[in-house]
Design a protein around this ligand. Structure first.
Ligand code: PA5
Length: 450
């Protein structure tokens, strides 16, 4: 199981920490909330309690493995989980390996933007004839994946290819233009469970298809998530990682720590922090609470990479405004190990490194950063991965989805909606001339421009 260490969140170990009794004050209500949640499980929990979604992806295996490349087009919750999975669980040089080195699994390209330079460069890497394109959009309306879909379809048609042999749509089971087109044209489709919102959907076909195509063990992802859920539903408050993460972050927020930094001491884990940024920001950043009061709440999530950001951000975290709570991600086992050669024995600045492992240096830096922060009175917690594999990554996703649900309860906001994001989508439609959205064109004539 993942290991959670809250030592430096507590006042007895760090001056800016929390008193045990102020945390415990929420134990009863949070535990009751989790019991209610267990009685009426949210969609993202139900999604890992069934084989349905894994099976739906497995059923496409024969089709998927006829291709060399998988190109995923989605945005936000329809992309960030895929990216996090691929970085965490595939070698960094995966796409430059030969098919044999990849054991026949596919190269994976995930394009989550409409930057023409980026899309064009990614497309340059693949032969459309050997590429499967997975268009992911829960709503089937978002401008970015829809524009990218049209571009891809145009390319496939220009090659004279039968589009239905190169496309998979991942979308709502009933609604939306992708479902309509897919039905009319016999395009293969995967369902996103209707009660699972974008940023909670990584362990549904949204994230599972690209994981499967890259040869990841999607069953283990689900097993890890399920075990994290069981632990959260049944564990007492002080042994409950999701409850503790949410409660402590909520309390720090109340004390003015309005920024939550997730700092990964592993390049592979870094993109989990990107996924977390969306989950925490979009779920908890709300103008109104559940009673309709204007509250303007939400903790700003920030991602950082150790040791790199020790030489940039960490000065600010130590001595700047005391408005941050830090979460470190680290691994106890790297897949590859490099020993630093013993050279320059007469040079003390180099000699002490000789014979040490790079992993030891990186993990010592993590401890060093945490202790320096503690010296400055700055709170932090640590999540240790016994190893970076499907099982533990699945746990991570589930713990944070649950922590987000608990934090939503503590902040008294709805963690599952995103009215701010939706308004931006409508304004884009208006600016791009989509019929029916004229009222959202709020463009003002420029009065001051230099
Ligand atoms: O979490 C969310 O709901 C959003 O970030 C969506 O995932 C994002 O806006 C993309 O939406 P869709 O999948 O409907 O295209």
């Amino acid at each position: 199981m993942l290991k959670f260490d809250f030592t430096y969140m507590l006042e007895e170990n760090v001056t800016g920490g929390l008193k045990e009794e102020e945390i415990s004050a929420h134990a009863e209500t949070v535990t009751e909330f989790l019991k209610r949640l267990d009685g009426n499980r949210p969609g993202f929990v139900n999604a890992v309690m069934t084989r349905k979604w894994v099976d739906s992806v497995n059923e496409l295996s024969d089709f998927i493995f006829t291709f060399d490349n998988l190109f995923v087009l989605g945005i936000g919750g329809s992309a960030l989980g895929n990216i996090a999975l691929q970085y965490a669980l595939r070698p960094f040089n995966w796409n430059s390996m030969t098919a044999d080195e990849r054991n026949g699994y596919l190269r994976i390209f995930i394009v989550d933007n409409v930057d023409p330079d980026y899309l064009a460069a990614m497309l340059d890497c693949v032969d459309p004839k050997k590429t499967l394109f997975n268009i992911i959009s829960k709503s089937g309306t978002t401008a970015e994946p829809m524009a990218n879909y049209l571009i891809i379809r145009g390319i496939l048609e220009s090659y004279g290819l039968d589009v239905k042999n190169h496309l998979i749509f991942t979308t709502d089971p009933e609604k939306g233009v992708l479902r309509r087109i897919g039905r009319a044209e016999g395009i293969r489709m995967l369902e996103i469970p209707p009660d699972v919102g974008g940023r909670f959907s990584v362990l549904t076909p949204v994230g599972l298809l690209s994981a499967k195509a890259a040869g990841l063990d999607i069953e283990e992802l689900i097993i890890g998530a399920r075990e994290a859920y069981e632990k959260t539903a049944n564990a007492p408050f002080w042994e409950n990682p999701a409850a503790l993460i949410a409660t402590m972050h909520y309390l720090h927020y109340k004390k003015g720590r309005t920024i939550s930094v997730m700092m990964a001491y592993s390049n592979r884990l870094y993109y989990l922090a990107d996924w977390y940024r969306q989950l925490w920001a979009e779920s908890l950043g709300k103008m109104y609470d559940n009673d309709g009061n204007k509250v303007y709440v939400g903790q700003t999530p920030v991602k950082a990479l150790g040791a790199v950001d020790q030489h940039s951000q960490v000065q600010l975290y130590n001595e700047g405004p005391d408005d941050k709570v830090i979460t470190f991600l680290r691994t106890e086992r790297f897949d590859r190990e490099i020993t630093i050669p013993r050279l320059h024995d007469n040079e003390p600045e180099l000699a002490y490194l000789g014979g040490k492992k790079l992993s030891q240096l990186l993990n010592s830096e993590q401890v060093g950063t945490q202790l320096a922060l503690a010296k400055h009175g700055r709170p932090s917690m640590t999540i240790s991965f016994p190893q970076i594999d499907e099982y533990h990554i699945g746990q991570f996703f589930m713990y944070y989805e649950l922590a987000t649900a608990v934090a939503g309860y503590l902040f008294n906001v709805n963690p599952y909606d995103q009215p701010g994001v939706e308004l931006g989508k409508k304004i884009t439609y208006a600016l791009m001339g989509r019929e029916g959205f004229e009222e959202y064109n709020f463009t003002k004539e420029a009065v001051r421009r230099v």
